[in-house]
Design a protein around this ligand. Structure first.
Ligand SMILES: Cc1cc2nc3c(=O)[nH]c(=O)nc-3n(C[C@H](O)[C@H](O)[C@H](O)COP(=O)(O)O)c2cc1C
Length: 201
């Protein structure tokens, strides 16, 4: 690891300007994802998160699905903006990582532990987000830039059909990535004493 955890976490940003180049081979990318999936925690160790790496044609296919789906659902003016983002940013990357939650496990846990029934879907989203941040940060550490997108649930059926994924996988997020070709701007950060508190008695 060339960057420490703290350095990588600090350097992780939303990169919209990305190119179709990876600093990692396909195997290294998969190893990175597998490492994250193995070590990120989940409620009751339920391991509900599913991660799919799309590169090459599959990456392009995803963004075609997003465009075709949104064209049908959003007003023309809003669609033009989306199309610009897809063509000028997301599809220009090297690949996209899809994050899902296996709802069959969530539903089984709800039946098994009725006391926590309402919490399991929330915990599933939380563990999914932990995977997202981990992989986003590891990509940063590997010299890549990524962003987090949410065209779900509009695209869910088409995405599952395109790669023959199970109906009980709920799409949570899409993470296009590639080498960054421009740096993000300054980020406003609220004073930390408004967000972090400590008590000793
Ligand atoms: C839960 C969550 C949802 C987000 N959804 C989107 C999104 O749909 N589209 C997008 O462009 N960025 C999305 N972002 C990125 C945030 O806008 C971004 O992380 C934030 O503005 C801070 O900027 P930074 O990532 O450069 O630190 C999301 C981030 C989080 C944590």
């Amino acid at each position: 690891m060339t960057k420490s955890f703290k350095e990588a976490l600090k350097a992780r940003r939303t990169f919209y300007q990305i190119d179709n180049i990876s600093t990692l081979s396909e195997k290294e990318l998969l190893d990175l994802i597998r490492f994250a999936v193995e070590h990120v925690p989940s409620a009751f160790n339920s391991q509900t998160t599913r991660v799919v790496l799309l590169t090459d044609e599959a990456h392009q296919k995803l963004w075609k699905i997003v465009k075709n789906t949104l064209r049908k659902h959003v007003p023309e003016a809003a669609f033009a903006k989306t199309e610009q983002k897809i063509d000028g940013s997301f599809s220009c990357g090297y690949g996209t990582i899809l994050y899902f939650e296996d709802m069959s496990i969530v539903h089984a846990l709800q039946e098994q532990f009725p006391t926590y029934k309402d919490n399991f879907p929330i915990w599933a989203e939380q563990t999914d987000a932990m995977h997202q941040l981990t992989i986003w940060t590891m990509l940063e550490e590997a010299g890549m830039g990524a962003s987090l997108q949410h065209y779900n649930p509009l695209i869910d059926d088409e995405v599952r059909a395109a790669w023959d994924l199970p109906a009980h996988w709920k799409l949570i997020a899409q993470m296009p990535f590639g080498i960054p070709v421009a740096q993000p701007g300054e980020k406003e950060v609220m004073p930390l004493d408004k967000r972090v508190f400590a008590f000793t008695d």
